[in-house]
Write a protein that binds this ligand. Structure first.
Ligand code: AMP
Ligand code: MG
Length: 319
C-alpha cells in the first residue's frame, strides 16, 4: 500500500492556488515496479479497506461519499472495480450518472445525486456526479438551455452560483456525517488517444467506444479549463479533491486506494460495544446454547469482556 504522505501530494484542500498544469498525468513518483508488485501493493490496500469498511458499517454513524470525475477512458470504471473489489457489496453502493432524464432535468441540479447518497455506515460511490453540471454543461452551453430554468436566473454568474451551491451542499453533508472524497483522474490527451485506439482495435473492448467520446475530445482544452476552475472553487478542508495521475492505471489505483484508506483511518470507526446488561443476557443465551447439546462443541470458552463484545456487535448488525 502507498503511504499516507504520498496521498497528500495529490490532495487539494484549498483550491485557490491550484493549477492543473502542476500535476503530470504520467507521474509515478519514480516508483518503478512490475505488474506483480503493483498487484500485491493494491491487494494490501484493498484488504485494509475491507477491514475498515466492516467497522464503518458496524458502527453505522458515518457515511462515505466517493466521487469520480474524469475524461473518457481515464479509468474510472476500472479504478472503482479494482479498489472496491474486496469490499462487502452490502456495505457499498455505486451510482453512475449519465445524461439526465427529462424528470431529472425538471429538478434542481443537485436533486438526482441527493437521492443516491449513502446511508450511515455505507460507502457510496458516484461514477460522475453533480460536478458534470459545471463541466459538460459548461462546455456545452446548449445543455444548460435544456434545463428549463427561468431565463432571469441564468446569467453570467451561473457557474459561480453553482460552485457556491456545491460548496454549501458539501459543507451540509460534512455537518451531517457524510465524509466526501473527490477524485479527478487526470489523463493526458495523448494517452486518451492510445486508449481509444485500443478500444477500437480490440473486439472485446469495442462496446466501450462511442463516437461521441471522440467529439468530446475535440473540446479537450475547454474541459481542462472547466475542471481546473471547478477544483479551484470546490476544494475545501472537508471535501478535498484528489487530482490523481491517470496515464498509468496501476498508479491511479494505488493512489485512490491509499486515499480512501487514509480517510477511513482518520475516521477510525469502532465496532459497537455491548453494555454490561446486554453482555450478561448474551452470556445467559450462550449458556443455554452450550447446554442444548450437552457441552461446548470443541471445548471453547466464551472470551470475557472486550474482544468478544466487539465481535458480537458486528455479527448482530450483519446477521
Ligand atoms: P459515460 O459515463 O462515459 O457512460 O457517459 C455518460 C455521459 O453522460 C457523459 O458524456 C457525461 O458527460 C454525460 N452526463 C453526465 N451527467 C450529465 C449532466 N448532468 N448533464 C449532461 N450530461 C451529463
Ligand atoms: Mg464514455
Amino acid at each position: 500500500m502507498l503511504p499516507a504522505d504520498v496521498v497528500k501530494r495529490f490532495e487539494i484542500r484549498e483550491g485557490e492556488r491550484f493549477r492543473l498544469a502542476d500535476v503530470d498525468p504520467g507521474e509515478t513518483l519514480g516508483l518503478d515496479i512490475g505488474k506483480d508488485e503493483a498487484r500485491d501493493m493494491l491487494a494490501a490496500g484493498v484488504k485494509r479497506l475491507d477491514d475498515l469498511q466492516e467497522r464503518l458499517y458496524a458502527e453505522g454513524r458515518w457515511s462515505v461519499l466517493i466521487m469520480f470525475q474524469a475524461m473518457d477512458a481515464a479509468g474510472k470504471d476500472s479504478a472503482i472495480e479494482h479498489v472496491m473489489s474486496g469490499i462487502n457489496p452490502q456495505g457499498c453502493s455505486v451510482s453512475a450518472f449519465k445524461v439526465p432524464s427529462l424528470t431529472e432535468l425538471r429538478h434542481d441540479f443537485l436533486w438526482r445525486t441527493t437521492c443516491a447518497l449513502p446511508e450511515r455506515g455505507m460507502i457510496g460511490i458516484f461514477n460522475r456526479s453533480y460536478y458534470e453540471e459545471v463541466l459538460v454543461v459548461r462546455v456545452h452551453n446548449e445543455l444548460l438551455a435544456k434545463q428549463g430554468l427561468p431565463a432571469k436566473l441564468v446569467g453570467d454568474d451561473i457557474w459561480k452560483q453553482r460552485f457556491e451551491s456545491i460548496r454549501d451542499f458539501e459543507r451540509h453533508m460534512a455537518r451531517n456525517g457524510t465524509v466526501v472524497l473527490k477524485f479527478f483522474l487526470h489523463l493526458s490527451r495523448d494517452e486518451q488517444r492510445k486508449r481509444f485506439l485500443d478500444r477500437i482495435d480490440e473486439p472485446d473492448k469495442r462496446w466501450k467506444f462511442s463516437l461521441g467520446d471522440v467529439a468530446e475530445r475535440q473540446r479537450w482544452d475547454d474541459y481542462m479549463t472547466a475542471y481546473e476552475d471547478a477544483i479551484r472553487n470546490t476544494a475545501t478542508e472537508h471535501a478535498p479533491w484528489h487530482v490523481v495521475p491517470a496515464d498509468n492505471k496501476w498508479f491511479t489505483r494505488l493512489v485512490v486506494a491509499a486515499a480512501i484508506v487514509k480517510k477511513l483511518e482518520e475516521l477510525d470507526p469502532q465496532y459497537p460495544k455491548v453494555d454490561d446488561t446486554a453482555l450478561a443476557a448474551m452470556m445467559e443465551a450462550r449458556k443455554k446454547l452450550v447446554e442444548e447439546d450437552g457441552g461446548p462443541p470443541d471445548g471453547k470458552k466464551a472470551k470475557d469482556g472486550k474482544g468478544k463484545d466487539n465481535k458480537s456487535g458486528k455479527d448482530n448488525k450483519k446477521g
